[in-house]
Design a protein around this ligand. Structure first.
Ligand code: LLH
Ligand code: MG
Length: 383
């Protein structure tokens, strides 16, 4: 079995979200946007595919780096292919990003699942067949009735737990360019309103502004300790390892989770674990370059008796969450009172991460990554 074709298909669809000038998603008017499908096809007709961003599968990238490695290769050797792409990153002039590695790795694993008739999460270890999701809110905004005030967060949290069945919640606080952001006092007020709304037994987490100082971070962490929060993540620039060591040494009752966006794949995460910069390790397929480095992060965390909490949604992250024993939740979102997360996008027949009324996401038995894509829609809307 050999890889014969690699295609990036960019297609149009509508969205009801907009990104602000710092890249945070918020509800917005319905408008056109573009996504992409990366498709890997073998000589026997088996395919693997994944939804990506158009920039991750641009033709010059596929042509210069991806096809030379993949075409003619055995798709059942994903680590061999991943290492070849990884080694090319340094000499690629920063073009071969971790997101490109991730898109290729996910499409490849989807193909391996389909070729073997197995769901990827089982091929990777298959530890959980279901797991509790945490509802992960969008960042705060200034929309009336949205996530503009601490009370808005409290009301939304009450809906999440009482009406939708979430058993855990993570807040994203207010971040620039939202007027008045960032503010540790306002972030704390939202956390207190959510704790008040859901009671003492629901695990809560916070992902605030990513550029707080040590002093602001410590103040916020100490308040979250009083509120019984489970973890805080990325409250300071993650490049400053010693700032995280400093903070972690002063917050015995709150877990510091990281790093999320820091470059360096599992190697950076090993440094964080070894140097006491965090209590729980963070990984995510799109952050570290695919399933292979995400699993390595999880396994090194296990060696330190640490949990590894997976960043973000989607089929690739679901496969990793399901595969590993040392994780607590699946991150489901981003959620907002104005958006119905459970409605599939135009290019999906169903969403990847359906959740039952008890707050569990179940891992499916279909071969591959478990995405149910509307390929007719994608073909009819190619750009
Ligand atoms: O800054 C944001 O918009 C969010 O933090 C987003 O990146 C989210 O994916 C996240 O960090 N979740 O943990
Ligand atoms: Mg985060």
């Amino acid at each position: 079995m050999k890889i014969e074709r690699v295609e990036g298909k960019v297609f149009a669809h509508t969205t009801n979200q907009v990104a602000d000038t710092d890249g945070h998603a918020h509800p917005g008017p319905e408008q056109q946007t573009r996504s992409a499908l990366l498709v890997i096809t073998c000589d026997d007709g088996t395919t693997g595919q994944v939804i990506a961003r158009p920039g991750d599968v641009e033709e010059p990238l596929l042509d210069k780096f991806v096809r030379p490695v993949l075409l003619g290769s055995d798709p059942m050797r994903p680590e061999h292919i991943w290492q070849a792409l990884y080694k090319w990153q340094r000499g690629s002039g920063m073009k071969l990003t971790d997101r490109v590695l991730c898109a290729v790795d996910l499409a490849l694993w989807d193909l391996i699942g389909k070729a073997t008739g197995q769901p990827v999460w089982k091929l990777l270890g298959g530890y959980h067949d279901k797991i509790l999701a945490y509802g992960s809110t969008m960042c705060g905004d200034d929309l009336e009735g949205g996530l503009a005030t601490p009370d808005d967060y409290g009301r939304f949290a009450e809906w999440m737990v009482r009406d939708r069945g979430y058993q855990a919640i993570k807040l994203h606080g207010w971040m620039p360019p939202i007027p008045g952001a960032p503010s540790v006092k306002k972030d704390y007020a939202a956390c207190a309103a959510v704790r008040e709304a859901v009671g003492p037994d629901i695990p809560l987490m916070l992902d605030p502004n990513h550029w707080y100082s040590r002093a602001d971070s410590l103040w916020l962490c100490q308040r979250l300790e009083e509120l019984g929060f489970l973890w805080i993540e990325e409250m300071m620039e993650e490049a400053s390892l010693s700032s995280y060591q400093w903070l972690n040494a002063r917050t015995p009752r709150l877990n510091i989770l990281g790093p999320e966006t820091m470059a360096g794949k599992h190697w950076t995460r090993a440094e964080w674990a070894a140097s006491g910069a965090c209590d729980m390790l963070r990984t995510g397929v799109w952050d570290v370059g695919g399933i292979s480095p995400a699993l390595k992060t999880a396994k090194l965390a296990e060696g330190f008796h640490m949990s590894c909490e997976v960043h973000g949604t989607g089929a690739g992250n679901m496969a990793v969450v399901a595969a590993i024993p040392n994780t607590t939740f699946y991150e489901r979102g981003l959620l907002h009172p104005f958006i119905d997360y459970d409605v599939p996008k135009a290019y999906q027949n169903r969403i990847d991460d359906e959740m039952d009324s008890a707050g569990y996401v179940h891992f499916r038995d279909e071969p591959g990554l478990g995405q149910d894509l509307n390929l007719d829609y994608i073909e009819a809307n190619l750009v």
